[in-house]
Ligand binder design. Structure first.
Ligand SMILES: Cc1ncc(COP(=O)(O)O)c(C=O)c1O
Length: 403
């Protein structure tokens, strides 16, 4: 279709026919017969939880990311909580993190009674700016939690150097970045602890689930105990040793991931390479298609990384458009494109505003980015037609609203 024909198309929000008949979500899982078989086999086995599949999944994930240890959790949030515990965060401590993330990244600092301190993000990647992190370090700082926004690895070398200068622990929130690479190294093998999520919109799913990878045996042991009530052995170890005795050595939780979930995770992990390749293909197509669209600010991938593309954010320059975000968002939804926004900056949520007195304006880069961001559908199960629908809808809407 020519640009002239496109600009004369009536938007669905104005009563025209939508680009798609059904809603394309921004993310969703892909489950095939091998996944279903693996889960059913586990349902028929002796162990529904804390059985052989847990260790198998952990070993496979550790090998995939190049880490010595991997410890599974019932969610990415539980994995983050365990990491802040293992890092020794306690009341009176501070940890520096990004405001442009899901609330769980900052909440896990609060769970330990410590204080999240935000540092603003870099304009290009929307990841923590190491210079701004340095300015936030005090005698109370214990950890830095960089986030790999949208699957683009954070500036890890600079952050780790900074942390090592000050004796801090780096907990990388890589919930978006399973399979990403940074300067030729795999995310999961770089920070002191790296946290992944297996929520259904992620690269690999277990329904709910998470994992921490680390090369540090003390962190690994603490993480294992923390997810199991602080108990030093698990039920299967005691059964095989013919033992009833156990000791609770720290105050932990039940954050265990079940064998049912790990059986699914193991099958899903086999498809990670294919899933990443598809996401990268879609991102490349989007980048080409959106290059000269009115209002679209170019893509921001640094040359030394290979992102995992958890989602695909675009930033819009409102000075080039006659509509604002709410209208563009609603117009795309009306075309049946399941757009989203990632993220409302954490300090703008009422809980953080009320508790810490944030008024807005403290993190200008994150706040300005938030006003411009729209997330487009991105998942490995998207067909070529789905991709084309997103392209057609975005072109239709932006050309309509071109100033
Ligand atoms: C950046 C980030 N951190 C943490 C989490 C929490 O992960 P989960 O949903 O597995 O608890 C998410 C969830 O999507 C996330 O996007």
């Amino acid at each position: 279709m020519t640009v002239a024909a496109m600009s004369s198309e009536v938007l669905a929000i104005h009563g025209g026919s939508p680009v798609r008949k059904t809603l394309l979500p921004y993310g969703r899982q892909s489950i095939d017969e091998s996944d279903i078989r693996a889960v059913v086999e586990t349902l028929r086995s002796d162990w529904l939880t804390t059985g052989p599949k847990v260790a198998e999944f952990e070993e496979a994930l550790a090998a995939r990311v190049g880490a010595k240890y991997a410890v599974s959790f019932s969610s990415g949030t539980a994995a983050l909580h365990a990491s802040t515990f293992a890092a020794g965060l306690q009341p009176g401590d501070e940890a520096v993190t990004s405001p442009l993330t899901f609330a769980a990244t900052a909440n896990c600092i609060l769970y330990q009674g410590a204080t999240p301190v935000f540092a603003d993000v870099a304009k290009d990647t929307l990841n923590l700016d190491p210079e701004l992190v340095a300015a936030k370090i005090t005698s109370r700082t214990k950890a830095i939690l960089p986030v790999d926004y949208a699957g683009h690895p954070a500036d890890l070398d600079s952050i780790i150097q900074l942390a090592e200068r000050h004796g801090l622990v780096v907990i990388e929130d890589a919930c978006h970045a399973l399979g990403a690479e940074y300067r030729g190294r795999r995310v999961g093998s770089i920070a002191h602890m790296t946290v992944f999520s297996f929520h259904p919109v992620k690269h690999v799913t277990t329904g709910e689930g998470g994992m921490v990878t680390t090369d540090n045996p003390v962190f690994a042991e603490t993480l294992r105990r923390f997810r199991n009530h602080g108990i030093s052995t698990d039920a299967r170890q005691r059964q095989s040793a013919g033992q009833w005795h156990y000791e609770m050595v720290l105050l932990g939780f039940n954050y265990r991931l079940s064998d049912i979930s790990c059986a699914l995770g193991l099958q899903q992990l086999k498809k990670l390479g294919r899933n990443l390749a598809r996401r990268r293909q879609i991102a490349a197509r989007y980048a080409v298609e959106f290059r000269n669209l009115p209002g679209v600010v170019g893509s921001h991938t640094r040359p030394d990384v290979d992102p995992a593309w958890h989602f695909y954010p675009i930033r819009l320059d409102w000075s080039e458009l006659t509509a604002g975000r709410a209208e563009v968002f609603q117009a795309l939804r009306a075309e049946n494109i399941g757009v989203n926004v990632h993220y409302i900056p954490v300090h703008r949520h009422p809980y953080y505003r009320d508790r810490f007195g944030y008024k807005g304006g403290e993190y200008p880069v994150a706040e300005a980015a938030y006003e411009c961001l729209i997330t487009l559908p991105m998942f490995h199960g998207m067909t070529d037609i789905d991709v084309l629908d997103v392209v057609r809808a975005l072109k239709k809407v932006l050309i309509h609203f071109e100033r």
